[in-house]
Every structure is written in structure tokens, then in C-alpha cells.
Design a protein. Structure first.
Length: 197
């Protein structure tokens, strides 16, 4: 229980305090390692990496556009969370009063790296294509576009763009294929990729 309380406390601190905690965690990791307390060293390193992932997640939010077509950002719903062990960080942003569009990024995940490898295999790519799924290119990145519900002009579309061990998922409701691809072009994918890879 104490570890959970410690983790929640660390995640709620400011960036400046996080930098101080990062140094403290690295110092703890070094001293624990020197004392052959490997479990403590491992935990301290995980905490330090978690803090870095949170800082990177906040930087990614700064890169995302303040508007998506006519829909403004719902800044109160911006979220960055760290997922120690499973994935680096999850970044979430939504646009519009009824959440017209959403961006979700999972970074630094071994599971995503495996999924991306499978998606890039020619045989798997062919198996994942049907009338509701297809592979597209957005700003030079290979992506998977899925129509989830609705007709051609008013549907929910999900665009998944893999970046080695990270995945950006862009969802637009009440949209068309042409509209989601146009909106996806407003995302600074190269800058996001540099930060999260």
C-alpha cells in the first residue's frame, strides 16, 4: 500500500520536483546496487524512468494542435499517465464538446513493438484488410484506418499510426475517411515520433 501511495505522490508533483526526484531515484538506485539490494535498485530505476515518461508525455501534449478543424481542445481532459513495466506513458487529448476527435498515444511499450512488427509483415497486412480496414500513409507513416460504425459520410473512424515501440491512435466521430485523413495531416507526427521513440 505504501508503494502505491508513493507512486501517486510522485505522479502528482511538478516537473521541477520530478527532476529532483529523478536525481534522488538515480542516487537510490546506485546506492542500492552497490549494497547488492537489487530489488530496491530496480524499483528506483523504474521510478526514475516513470518520471521521464511523464515529462515526455507533457511535452507531447504541447505539440498537439489547439484545434481540430472547428473543434477546440478539451484541456481539462488532457491526461498523461505512466505505466511502469507495461508501457512508458499514455497521453490522451480530446477535441470538441461531444469529443468529436481524440488522440491517444502509448509510448515505450514492448507489446506495441511486437504488434508493429506483426502489422508490417506482408502476410499479416493482407489478413487485416477488408471493407472496414485498410492501410494508408499519413505524412509518410504507414497507418491502419478502420471504419467502426456508420455510413461512408457519418462514421466513427480510427487511425492507428505505429512508431517502433509506440502507437498513436486518432479517433474521429461523425466523420468521413477523407475528413479523418485531412485532420491527421494537422498532427505533428515527425515531432511526436522524435519525442516518444
Amino acid at each position: 500500500m505504501k508503494k502505491i501511495i508513493l507512486l501517486i505522490t510522485v505522479l502528482s508533483l511538478t516537473v521541477m520536483v520530478q527532476a529532483q526526484d529523478f536525481k534522488k531515484d538515480i542516487t537510490t538506485a546506485k546506492t542500492s546496487y552497490a549494497a547488492n539490494k537489487l530489488e530496491d535498485a530496480h524499483f528506483a530505476l523504474q521510478q526514475a524512468l516513470s518520471e521521464i515518461d511523464m515529462i515526455i508525455g507533457r511535452e507531447v501534449l504541447k505539440l498537439l494542435p489547439p484545434k481540430m478543424d472547428t473543434s477546440s481542445v478539451n484541456s481539462k481532459e488532457d491526461k498523461v499517465s505512466s505505466n511502469v513495466g507495461f508501457a512508458g506513458a499514455t497521453v490522451h487529448r480530446s477535441y470538441g464538446k461531444s469529443e468529436k476527435a481524440e488522440v491517444e498515444i502509448i509510448s515505450n511499450s514492448p507489446l506495441i513493438a511486437t504488434l508493429n512488427t506483426l502489422m508490417n509483415m506482408p502476410m499479416m497486412g493482407g489478413l487485416m484488410r477488408d471493407e472496414n480496414n485498410k492501410t494508408v500513409k499519413v505524412q509518410g507513416y504507414k497507418a491502419r484506418l478502420e471504419k467502426q460504425a456508420g455510413n461512408e459520410e457519418q462514421a466513427t473512424y480510427v487511425l492507428q499510426i505505429p512508431f517502433s515501440s509506440a502507437l498513436l491512435t486518432f479517433t474521429v466521430h461523425n466523420s468521413s475517411e477523407k475528413e479523418i485523413l485531412k485532420l491527421a495531416d494537422t498532427l505533428p507526427l515527425d515531432q511526436i515520433a522524435k519525442l516518444i521513440q
